[in-house]
Design a binder for this molecule. Structure first.
Ligand code: AMP
Ligand code: TRP
Length: 327
């Protein structure tokens, strides 16, 4: 059985980067894989969070999963903090992680740079992420390109644990799709699109109004060449916009290039905005219906119960393998 585990942290509002790299993949993969899709709230608190904001964003992400098309009858949807096995196996994985390898993680380096106080949890973040994945014996993990290094470490930890203590964990494969796995800022194609950028025009949030989306895309940087061509080395700004177009329209890069080859950037950007708006408006409507509903609470409670059952089996195996007393 092919099994997926993945999630999006509730540490900022969801932007179209998270949609391209992760959420759109979840929706596709649920047809073929047994999916465990969670909200890694324990990971969000590795950097300071305002409790009220965290609470709201956590329910928001859950609602967006469903609004975007994740089907709770097909996928198990739950909060990480509702399944204690994550923290328990996370601790066990910390004992198998080396100080040096955790220090080499680029996400840690980026997030800790220039801060005076960095939490110990930010440092051990990848050990907990490995636990998330290994608990469910996931075979595949769909993520954006920025998570590649964490996935490599997860694989190393699984292999290390299995060889020290006997076969316990499935070694997972990352799934980083070509298109949409690295959506860059609209103001600067050398930086990934992120809510932490102080320039609001650099990102599009899933909750942005159609007018904001149109304005932001109209202002997106391009070049002076005026041809819509996909070439990351020479035309990173336009290539990024073509990728966003491909994610939201489902069309191939070639088809988009062909259509806009001679049209100039004005028409291209307008129609790109309509493709994004056309996809996001129905998601936003569904989100509004579900976010404060009893139905969402029921889905998440149910999900936590199912996830805990699956996780418990692996946790007990791992504990036995390490030599903990189990009855
Ligand atoms: P995060 O919000 O950091 O938990 O990220 C959630 C998922 O979205 C992860 O799989 C990330 O790799 C992916 N992701 C985040 N930002 C981007 C981006 N700009 N482009 C593509 N994927 C992204
Ligand atoms: N680290 C991931 C991110 O920043 C979020 C995450 C935590 C995750 N645990 C995971 C993603 C397990 C996939 C699988 O995006």
């Amino acid at each position: 059985m092919k099994r997926v585990l993945s999630g999006i942290k509730p540490s900022g509002e969801l932007n179209i980067g998270g949609y391209g790299g992760a959420l759109s993949q979840f929706v596709r993969m649920q047809e073929e894989y047994e999916c465990f899709l969670f909200i890694p709230d324990l990971h969000a608190v590795t950097v300071p969070q305002d409790p009220k904001e965290l609470l709201r964003r956590s329910m928001d992400i859950a609602a967006y999963y469903i609004a975007a098309g994740v089907d709770p009858d097909k996928a198990v949807i739950f909060f990480q903090s509702h399944v204690p096995a994550h923290a328990e196996l996370g601790w066990m994985m910390e004992t198998q992680s080396h100080f040096g390898e955790l220090g080499r993680m680029t996400q840690f380096k980026e997030k800790s740079e220039g801060r005076d106080s960095v939490s110990a949890a930010l440092f051990t973040y990848p050990s907990l992420m490995a636990a998330d994945i290994l608990l469910y014996q996931a075979t595949h993990v769909p993520v954006g390109d920025d998570q590649k290094q964490h996935l490599e470490l997860t694989r190393d930890l699984a292999v290390r644990f299995n060889s020290r203590f006997g076969e316990t964990f499935t070694v997972p494969e990352p799934i980083i799709q070509g298109i949409g796995s690295r959506i860059m800022g609209l103001d600067d194609p050398s930086k990934k699109m992120s809510k932490s950028n102080p320039n609001r025009n650099s990102y599009i949030l899933l909750q942005d109004s159609p007018d904001d989306i149109r304005k932001k895309l109209a202002r997106a940087v391009t070049d002076s060449e005026m041809t819509v061509r996909y070439d990351w080395d020479r035309k990173p700004e336009v290539s990024n916009l073509i990728e966003i177009y491909a994610v939201f329209s489902g069309e191939s890069i070639e088809a988009i290039e062909r259509r806009y080859e001679r049209q100039g950037y004005g028409v291209f950007k307008k129609e790109l905005a309509e493709a994004v708006v056309g996809k996001l408006v129905p998601i936003q409507e569904r989100y509004k219906e579900i976010v404060d509903s009893e139905e969402l609470v029921r889905i998440l409670k149910n999900g936590a119960r199912k996830a805990a059952e699956a996780a418990e089996q692996t946790l007990v195996r791992a504990k036995r393998a390490m030599g903990f007393v189990t009855f």
